[in-house]
Design a protein around this ligand. Structure first.
Ligand code: DGJ
Length: 543
């Protein structure tokens, strides 16, 4: 079964490289990278919507991230079977600074080459994660020669004068070493990857510090009592002053966000000077509904309250991307809302791998996401999310494989429709068993808990549904879903809908291939989606 899928996917993937997306409309978008090599993967924005262009066309990253310690020669054989089983098109893989620069100025790019070679063999793109000065707020991946140099590589000091497990962003030694190594990695990548196997690079990993709202070392204090930089004042429309004068009780947190963003920006700039791939940072979130006080979460990183500071301080970063480990609907969808902004493409580079998360692929798409990637998807043993899991088995993978296999074959079409603002998608809210999507002349109702017409939908237990509806023409829609029913109502209340044609099919090579027409039980109560990946093109009429 898996083999058949793998072969099919491989074919579809290689064909889709040449896909000409029929609906591509005049490119009035803004190029986030401001020109340069236009064949490079790049981010574009149009009317507040975003796309990642790969080979010049919108691309949806149907992704997964491997575990932290999986990018080693002995481990990759335990990664690829999961990649194949999922049917993804993009794998996120770390590059470890400690491995890349084992001795000062001596670089080892063997792992980078190994990842490139094996990703190409398995027909997937890569997103590389630079595990540098920051990894989950700590400096655990800095090379040993720096770890031993506590004088020049100081830890953050908290308000009580105690060192915390995080390196100070005010150390010139660390900044210089990190940006030199990162630049070297990007140079090596540019030379080794003319075919653009790598689509994006994550600079650092979950920057910030746990255990202190900022660095209170004398060097940091001096900066804190100085003037707020012009760039921040301008971006936030504030008058000049010290951090406390300008930001009052937010001063510590905002100063620290500036300090880390400024550090990361310089690392990113050095890398881009070598090779200008799209670059992003990932965020360890604060609770989006009840955030709690600064100091109680990962501070200095791009939490939702400091996004404007990060945007001002780190122009070399294209995207600020949330790592979402919040399974409940209200929090998950709030995070999507907070990070999907006209000035920030929505990208979910990490999310939990328990079944509850799979349906959020739809919710992310509905907010215009350029990619979605559950974390820890390989079979190397311990997985941190969901907490306590010891392996990533078939049961874990299955809900994600269904979503990935639904979207990957039509990822180009979906990315294009989303970029054009023609697509809406939703995930099941356990407290609300139907959702309505409006498309001008029609509205689409998505309901959960398959019931006959006339009965109130009762929802799935547990909530695992989702649906996508995209408008192809005034009365024509591309529709898909899982564990849901979709039906349409005309805006004209004197009319009633009828299905003129409901075709099930697949996109291959940019072309729609119908395999059958749905009618009778399959359409009499609406369009019913189960756990089988099915895609419909629907033509509507009224009577
Ligand atoms: C978020 C981090 O960014 C990942 O590297 C990993 O540690 C996950 N958390 C899972 O714990």
């Amino acid at each position: 079964m898996v083999d058949t899928w793998a072969v099919r996917n491989l074919l579809i993937r290689s064909l889709s490289v040449a896909v000409c997306v029929a609906v591509l409309v005049g490119p009035k978008f803004v190029d986030a990278q401001g020109g340069g090599d236009r064949s490079l993967p790049r981010l574009v924005e149009k009317d507040g919507r975003h796309a990642l262009l790969v080979d010049g066309k919108p691309y949806l990253m149907v992704g997964a991230q491997m575990n932290n310690s999986s990018a080693w020669p002995a481990m990759l054989p335990k990664v690829w079977p999961t990649v194949e089983a999922l049917g993804i098109n993009t794998l996120e893989a770390p590059i470890y600074w400690e491995q890349f620069e084992p001795e000062r100025g001596k670089y080892d790019a063997s792992m980078l080459h190994m990842l490139l070679d094996q990703a190409r063999e398995h027909h997937v793109h890569l997103v590389l994660l630079w595990f540098g000065t920051y990894k989950n707020g700590s400096g655990h991946y800095v090379p040993e020669f720096l770890k031993r140099d506590e004088t020049n590589v100081p830890h953050v000091v908290n308000a009580q004068g105690r060192r915390v497990d995080s390196l100070s962003p005010h150390s010139q030694t660390v900044l210089d070493a990190d940006r030199t190594a990162f630049a070297h990695m990007m140079r090596e990548l540019k030379a080794a990857d003319p075919q653009h196997t790598v689509l994006m690079v994550q600079v650092e990993n979950e920057t910030g510090s746990y255990g202190s709202v900022r660095d209170f070392s004398p060097k940091a204090d001096k900066l804190f009592h100085g003037a707020v930089p012009e760039r921040v004042l301008k971006a936030l429309h504030k008058p000049a002053g010290t951090w406390t004068q300008v930001f009052g009780t937010d001063a510590d947190a905002f100063f620290y966000a500036w300090s880390i963003a400024n550090f990361v920006n310089q690392v990113a700039e050095a890398g881009r000077a070598e090779y200008a791939l799209p670059m992003y940072v990932n965020a360890a979130l604060r609770d989006p509904i009840h955030p709690g006080a600064a100091g109680t979460y990962d501070n200095g990183g791009p939490t939702d309250d400091v996004l404007p500071i990060w945007k001002a301080a780190a122009p070399a970063i294209d995207v600020i991307a949330p790592d979402i480990y919040l399974p409940d609907y209200a929090r998950y969808t709030k995070v999507l809302e907070l990070y999907g902004r006209p000035d920030n493409a929505l990208f979910v580079p990490e999310t939990g791998s328990s079944a509850a998360y799979a349906r959020y692929f739809f919710a992310a798409l509905g907010r215009g996401a350029i990619g979605f990637s559950p974390f820890g998807m390989d079979a190397t043993a311990y997985v941190n999310e969901p907490a306590g899991a010891t392996r990533n088995d078939e049961k874990t993978i299955a809900p994600f494989a269904v979503v990935d296999r639904l979207f990957e074959p039509m990822q180009r079409e979906v990315a294009e429709l989303n970029f054009e603002g023609k697509l809406q998608a939703v995930a099941e809210d356990p407290d609300n068993h139907s959702q309505t999507l409006s498309f001008g002349g029609w509205s689409a109702t998505v309901s959960y808990g398959l019931v006959r017409s006339g009965k109130t939908p009762e929802g799935n237990t547990p909530a695992d549904g989702g649906a996508m509806v995209a408008q192809l023409g005034p009365d024509e829609f591309l529709v898909t879903g899982l564990h849901s029913r979709v039906d349409f109502t005309p805006a004209d209340s004197s009319a009633q809908r009828q299905f003129l044609k409901v075709e099930e099919g697949t996109y291959t090579d940019g072309k729609w291939n119908a395999i059958r027409i749905w009618n009778g039980d399959q359409t009499d109560w609406g369009l019913n989606f189960t756990s089988v990946p099915q895609v419909l093109r629907v033509t509507l009429g009224t009577y």
